[in-house]
Design a protein around this ligand. Structure first.
Ligand code: GLN
Length: 400
């Protein structure tokens, strides 16, 4: 019988280079091999029960229908106040702040709202893996510059710095958008005030907009403070600022965040937002609006994660892993090149697969943050875990 009417027409892929994200792959491998998952970045401990009670109360109070497209007023007001008190910039909650279904959606929507065919978008690698596909879908052209990799006497990568010269060359009149990420995933690197000044100079005579991914803004250690583009008026005037409640309140599965931008940019952002997500779930917004009123909930986060970092770091000091600086975020990068085992010669991806399946600890290869994988012997561990989880992982890592 002729079955040709049952054939699915071939789809030319919009994203031919893309497979499944490394975070999903490593979590899958970790669960298949019952490894301790220090790969994908998410906490393995509970969020505050008070936050859950606030969301429950909102549901019981019948906040269960569509909220306004831009997010509920109470939450937008809370975000505006938080940004004003921490960074001194007053975004108008009516026209300049939108609640999104997480940071990644905010990034995709911001890109779709301003990047068109053949517009150039500059990114800095290692870069979060959603940037490039989002630019591709918008029809833009990615111009990637790499962080400078600094090396120790043995030639092993031991830290990163901002590639100012390459950045200056990459930013031209064709640049529509530059994406930065501070604090940076995966390296934990942060942009300081002097860096923001220097960046503002680079952008001064261009039409380039800036997207600043600051989802780890409340995890900065050793007495340092986060420098937001919102604290820099010349940058704020051309920027989408992205943040995430999931990261800050240990609720990554709720998928809720926000974007702040000058009204002219936000107007375009909302045109796209309304036709891909339209609105973000209502009870979570009411719960978060209440919870956000207590600044301690985010101000205490740095010291909370600093103790986890210190605990993890001191355990790793008894191993041949070389620790890279971890000044912010909930990630610790290490170099495995000096381990006295044959596997120290493996690529980062193969090393992570081996570590997960044979040693029982999952990590993320930093090479996955580059379009053309750069092998630097560096992998990323997430320390947003219970002390017991970290201690179990350390026991396994200490056998190497
Ligand atoms: N941002 C998280 C990380 O870097 C993961 C997010 C995701 O899995 N898409 O691990």
């Amino acid at each position: 019988m002729d079955q040709s009417h049952l054939l699915t027409p071939a789809i030319p892929s919009r994203l031919p280079q893309v497979g499944t994200t490394v975070f999903t792959i490593m979590s899958g491998l970790a669960s298949k091999h019952q490894a301790i998952n220090l790969g994908q970045g998410f906490p393995d401990f509970s969020c505050d029960r008070d936050l859950i009670s606030e969301v429950n109360a909102a549901m019981l109070a019948d906040h269960n229908q569509y909220p306004p497209m831009t997010g509920i007023e109470e939450l937008r007001n809370g975000v505006a106040q938080k940004i004003a008190s921490l960074y001194g910039h007053h975004y108008d909650p009516e026209t300049e702040i939108t609640i999104t279904a997480g940071g990644t959606q905010g990034i995709m929507t911001a890109i779709l709202s301003c990047v068109g065919p053949s517009d150039e978008v500059v990114i800095i690698e290692p870069a979060y893996d959603s940037y490039r596909p989002s630019i591709d879908l918008a029809g833009g052209k990615t111009v990637a510059v790499s962080l400078i990799t600094n090396r120790d006497e043995q030639g092993h990568v031991n830290s990163y710095s901002i590639p100012w010269d390459n950045l200056a060359n990459a930013i031209t009149l064709k640049t529509r958008l530059l994406i930065i990420n501070t604090p940076h995933n995966p390296t934990g690197m942060t942009w300081e005030t002097s860096d923001l000044d220097r960046l503002a100079k680079l952008l001064e005579n261009t039409n380039a907009l800036l997207l600043s991914d600051e989802v780890y803004e409340h995890m900065v250690f050793d007495g340092h403070t986060h420098q937001s583009i919102a604290s820099h008026p010349a940058l704020a005037a051309r920027s989408f600022l992205i943040s995430s409640f999931g990261k800050t309140y240990h609720v990554t599965g709720w998928k809720i965040g926000y974007v702040a931008a000058p009204s002219a940019m936000m107007k375009e952002f909302r045109k796209v937002h309304q036709f891909n997500v339209f609105t973000v779930n209502t009870p979570m917004q009411y719960g978060l609006a209440k919870y956000l009123q207590n600044a301690d909930h985010y101000l205490s986060l740095s010291s909370f994660y600093q103790s986890k970092r210190d605990y993890f770091k001191s355990g790793l000091q008894n191993t041949a892993f070389k620790l890279l600086p971890a000044p912010a975020t909930y990630f610790q990068c290490v170099n495995y090149s000096d381990l006295n085992i044959p596997q120290s010669k493996l690529s980062e991806a193969d090393f992570c697969a081996w570590l997960t399946t044979k040693i029982g600890v999952a990590a993320i290869p930093v090479s996955a943050f580059y379009a053309t994988p750069v092998q630097s012997g560096v992998i990323r561990f997430c320390f947003a875990k219970k002390e017991q989880t970290l201690s179990n992982a350390l026991k396994r890592l200490q056998t190497l």
